[in-house]
Design a protein around this ligand. Structure first.
Ligand code: C2O
Ligand code: CU
Length: 585
């Protein structure tokens, strides 16, 4: 028992009791804890809570009544035990987005992929250890559209005594972007899937749950960041929005990017940050040396490339300078409010320039272990298409069809039971097949004029990889129905983004340009609108790993698949059996 109890914001009776019990042997363990990591326990009670935004009150699904949800803090090397108790009428699962879950796939969280949902009245303890990661990640519900309100930051500090590879900030502040919907998001997606039409749009974006002053009724619902002149702040940006990539900028301030998806980057300066759903970015904000006698707006609005309409609104928070001498403080309302300039909503060339600047540190302390010898090459198209509707539906597409989305023309069908269980128990029959195509069924001009037949196939097909396979995966956007940027997220791994470009990937010319020296390492990458991206990873984590577009509407339409990574020969290369409390379907 090499752990001590830790205390956290959502301290409940359960924790206190536990603290009392273990306080007796806390003393001698402290010395050990420095080196070995501790176990941090959280209790997540899923319950409904009334929340008012945009002048309307609605009942939303929350953790412990908080919106956004509680912050999880741990250090690299720590273990987490998070007990999730479901008190709502919906099935729930929670995903720890970006956590590698080394040999702990049972705690990953995507519903029907690694676990059956936690049913109303049931609970499940997610147990995992954070190995070799530090930085900002987040957690969110991973079933239907519940993550609209069930999300929160997950902060991994370096091991005790280990500094950041950048100036130590005076303060650290999570900045979590979300979407706010006046409607019930479960009703929105259910309705869309029934009628085959596109789901309605969100009504606002939020910063730390607050829409900000550019929305009606929302001046009081504005996040304020108070800074001291001359100090440096670490902003932990998280895009937890459902369906929108976002540009973010602070008026008259330059940001320094130092980390993405819990991987340190070579620092670079930027006035505007692009962050897709599923991505996290740490930036340093250096406050001006002298009090500027102004307020500064920090604003975010969509980067949107697809054929559909989008929520074209802007969320904002306020950056305010504290006065050394409060008596000299002018009335805040008198100060001019300076607004940032954000790129045009479809500025794809900005997106490409920004993502090209992201580079791994790639030094001796934080090496970029890019797979050099590739065992398997895959070419996956990602994009939209048409799906047939059932006879009792009356869908708006031609011949009773609806818009769907797919990888290699396969629109993924969610199974009725969890894939990881079926895989572990060798009961794949009737649940999934392991024949996911390595390339699209037909070759066509992916980013040119689409073929006449744009019907998609359905299936629960997986790709199986032997342990330690080095994978190179080409993700190619298609222009079917419309080219669009797709933020692809891979569970269980980080990957290296070795190349990207516009148009169709050219297997003769493009690989020569790959960056194998200091490519950015991350868990979510935007497949460029009308372009391609090449990623590499080593399949060194046994389990079943979901890969999907992090635009929730595309996931609902089927832009998802899963990888099986088989056990290795050695004991520490095998997936342990499921925990006893793993929910049943
Ligand atoms: Cu953040 Cu599979 O998700
Ligand atoms: Cu997508």
């Amino acid at each position: 028992m090499g752990f001590i109890c830790s205390f956290h914001s959502s301290a409940c009776l359960y924790t206190i009791l536990f603290l009392l019990v273990c306080a007796s042997w806390l003393g001698p363990q402290l010395a050990l804890a420095k080196h070995r990591g501790i176990t941090r326990r959280y209790k997540f009670e899923v319950r409904m809570q009334n929340v008012t935004r945009l002048c309307q009150t609605k009942s939303i699904v929350t953790i412990n009544g908080q919106f956004p949800g509680p912050r999880i803090i741990a250090r690299e090397g720590d273990s987490l035990e998070i007990k999730v108790v479901n008190h709502v009428k919906y099935n729930v699962t929670i995903h720890w987005h970006g956590i590698r879950q080394l040999r702990s796939g049972w705690a990953d969280g995507p519903a029907y992929i690694t676990q059956c949902p936690i049913q109303p009245g049931q609970s499940y303890v997610y147990k995992y250890t954070i190995k070799g990661q530090r930085g900002t990640l987040f957690w969110h519900a991973h079933i239907s559209w519940l993550r609209a309100t069930l999300y929160g930051p997950l902060v991994i500090l370096p091991k005790r005594g280990v500094p950041y590879p950048f100036p130590h900030p005076f303060k650290e502040v999570p900045i979590v972007f979300g979407e706010w919907w006046k409607a019930d998001t479960e009703a929105v997606i259910n309705q869309a899937m029934k009628t085959g039409s596109a789901p309605n749009l969100s009504d606002a974006f939020t910063i730390n749950g607050l829409p900000g002053p550019l929305y009606s009724c929302s001046v009081k619902d504005t996040f304020k960041l108070k800074v001291k002149p001359g100090k440096t702040y670490l902003l932990r940006l998280v895009n937890a929005a459902l369906n929108n990539e976002l540009f973010f900028s602070i008026a008259n301030h330059t940001l320094t990017v130092v980390e993405a998806d819990a991987i340190y980057t070579k620092p670079f300066k930027a006035n505007t940050i692009l962050i897709t759903p599923g991505q996290t970015t740490n930036v340093l904000l250096r406050a001006k040396r002298h009090h500027p006698n102004a307020l500064f707006l920090m604003a975010a609005r969509p980067y949107a490339t697809g054929p559909a309409t989008f929520d074209n609104t802007t969320t904002a928070a306020i950056l305010e300078y504290a006065h050394h001498d409060p008596s000299r403080k002018p009335k805040a309302t008198k100060l001019p409010l300076i607004k940032p300039k954000l790129p045009f909503f479809n500025d794809t060339s900005f997106a490409a320039k920004f993502t090209n600047k992201l580079r791994s540190l790639a030094n001796s302390k934080f090496p970029a272990n890019v797979p050099k010898k590739i065992d398997r090459h895959f070419f996956f198209t990602v994009g939209l298409g048409l799906l047939p509707c059932s006879k009792n539906q009356n869908c708006s597409g031609p011949n009773n069809t609806m818009v769907g989305a797919a990888i290699n023309n396969i629109s993924f069908v969610q199974p009725k039971t969890a894939l990881l269980q079926a895989h572990f128990l060798r009961q794949s029959n009737g649940v999934y097949t392991s024949n996911f195509p390595t390339k699209p069924p037909t070759r066509f001009n992916y980013t040119g004029t689409p073929p006449t037949n744009i019907m998609l196939n359905k299936g629960t097909r997986l790709m199986s990889l032997p342990y330690n396979t080095n994978v190179e995966l080409l993700l190619q956007d298609t222009s079917i129905i419309g080219a669009e940027s797709h933020p692809l997220h891979l569970h269980g791994f980080n990957f290296f983004v070795v190349g990207q470009g516009f148009g169709n990937f050219d297997s003769k010319k493009d690989p020569a340009k790959f960056n194998l020296v200091d490519p950015i390492e991350r868990n979510t990458v935007g497949v460029p609108s009308g372009g391609w991206v090449a990623i590499r990873f080593r399949a060194d984590n046994p389990g079943v790993w979901f890969m999907h577009c992090h635009l929730e509407v595309h996931t609902s339409w089927g832009l998802k698949m899963a990888w099986i990574v088989q056990d290795g020969k050695k004991k520490h290369q095998k997936l342990p059996p499921p925990p006893a409390d793993l929910p049943k379907c």
